[in-house]
Design a protein around this ligand. Sequence first.
Ligand code: NAP
Length: 674
Amino acid sequence: MTTRLQNYFADRWVDGTGAGQPVRSALDGQAVALAGSEGIDFAAMLDHARSIGSPALRAMNFHQRAGIIKALGQAIIERKEELYALSAQTGATRADSWIDIEGGAGTLFTTASKGRRELPDDVIIVDGDLEAIGKTGSFAGQHIYTSLQGAALHINAFNFPVWGMLEKLGPALMAGMAVIVKPATATAPLAEHAVRIMIEAGVLPAGALQLVVGAIGDIFDHLTCQDVVSFTGSAETAIKLQSHPVMARNAVRFVAERDSLNASILAPDAAVGSPEFDLFVKEVVKEMTVKAGQKCTAIRRAFVPRALLDAAQAALTERLSGVIVGDPAREGVHMGALVSLAQREDVRAKARALAQECDLVFGAIDDVEALGDAQNGAFQSPLLFRHDRPWEAQAVHDVEAFGPVCTLMPYDTEQDAIALANRGLGSLALSVFTHDAEMVRRFVLGAGAFHGRMVFVDRDSARESTGHGSPLPMLIHGGPGRAGGGEELGGVRNVKHYMQRSAVQGHPRVLSALIRQWLPGAPQPVGADHPFRKRLGELELGYTLHTASRTITLEDIEHFAAYTGDNFYAHMDEVAAAASPIFGGRVAHGYLILSFAAGLFVDPAPGPVLANFGLEHLRFIKPVKPGTSIKVALTAKAKSLRTPTMGEMRWAVAVTNGDDELVATYDLLTMNAV
Ligand code: NAP
């Protein structure tokens, strides 16, 4: 019996009311499921996300949301074998499915852990420092991010149904936005099951996640300026969706990840037989065959120095001839099937367009030797094209055959190689195989504007290189121009796509209360208790200790120099120090000032301060001559929970001289008991 995929609408699984569209196995063309969303009230779906899911997420802080995202990743891992079984029907090998399923869960884990480490236990992200505006410091500006109050609509491509869903889901949830996922129909069974696993994990608040299997009906008619559409797929669909009148009228955010004619370049310094030559050949073949080339980042255009064209062709075809295509369940198969016969027809049509201007030097467009049901399975031979005059070619720079297809081309100079890479008119990824560090800089200056990510591979990095085609959760994924102009991933940068940046102006006292951080100019109350006697929960932001003074003598400086071995002339050589335009005579070591400052503000007995774990933003502002007395203001600046029993306390430290001039400032970080 064919499974009927269900939509997840307003916290219930519901069938579409129509007959449903069959989803077929990539391996034998048999219908494996029916997908359909007829009958869904899309306005109500959006409303449910906006009025139930998003507010529930916004009521949690980033760390609580991170906990949910991590739990979703764990649920996927615990039930991964159910997903591997469904993934096999899409034509994927076990290795392809690993990228999708475990790579997807890994992306959630990274999103969660970055959220916990890099975002506060709050709901606001602070962007940059306080901007002083008023002369006396009573009026200032602060940039911040707050959560959008709409829904995130994620429209995904067929190729990585789990990873493609999770790499967007994690950041949106982290930002406090409920998500409606619309997977591509061709691989909807896998996406639907992954959603089922996440719902059954029981960690998501009501309304935080909904699913549409099939068409999205009139949902675009109901989008507002608070919603975000994040799309992955073809340029054709992206343009269609982006042209919907509501998108312009309501300025709905649209993040697009579209086609990309990614290039890989064997740099001029790489000779035949060099490690870089061999690495290049290996990478091009890997990119052609992993996921049967259905990767947005795959190498579509491979460029080599003209003198190496024949050698590169020979090495590539030799390696390609070892690739066994077929049903991944069969012994020895390296490359699985395309996702469907329809997709294969699309790849073949595009390959025919390339064949109009290129020579096919490996494989056959319409013929494939495959271990499996070659009649009904969507198997495709890898296709390597060659074009000797790339500036005369058109299709090769414009047509993306989304399968195991690549074109080998020569370039004449380094600048020519850069210009050819840029001829893709905006790409997700560029790889360059070179051992020459200076060349790397020239490539980046020449090609950076056209590429979202650039990877340089050589003999030193090869062992640990993640390769040309792997988007990583901590690095941005996306590209300008043809690639859609969108940006995803990139650590917590991704969260900000679902938040609004605002400039807030007011008195530092108000801004300080807003961002839950003491800011210069905000009140600094004092009290009878030393701040080190207070637990994290008891410390009021702004609470300040003003210490006694201590005079720094020449003996102190000499003692410190002898004790530490730091005999720098500014501290120890009166003549040289007097000649210095900065010091004008002997001065105290900066580290001596820090040490004395600690001696002034530390409260020694065991207590809530568990450890000092660093200093940040240290600046020595004014030299301190022997005879100067210094004192310290230690102010509770910010706190952030790290575990249920411990939290990070940030203190603003201001060291001043007898004339109340600042001589040093820094942030001191301590770990405190809650
Ligand atoms: P697609 O045909 O454009 O479909 C993408 C998504 O849009 C699917 O969920 C599809 O749903 C939906 N869709 C199609 N027409 C729609 C419409 N009129 N209204 C609303 N939704 C619509 O692309 P694909 O064939 O799945 O994916 C292959 C393409 O994606 C390639 O060109 C590849 O370059 C690109 N891609 C890019 C990236 C990237 O990160 N840049 C990643 C992967 C893929 P249905 O399946 O139900 O039609």
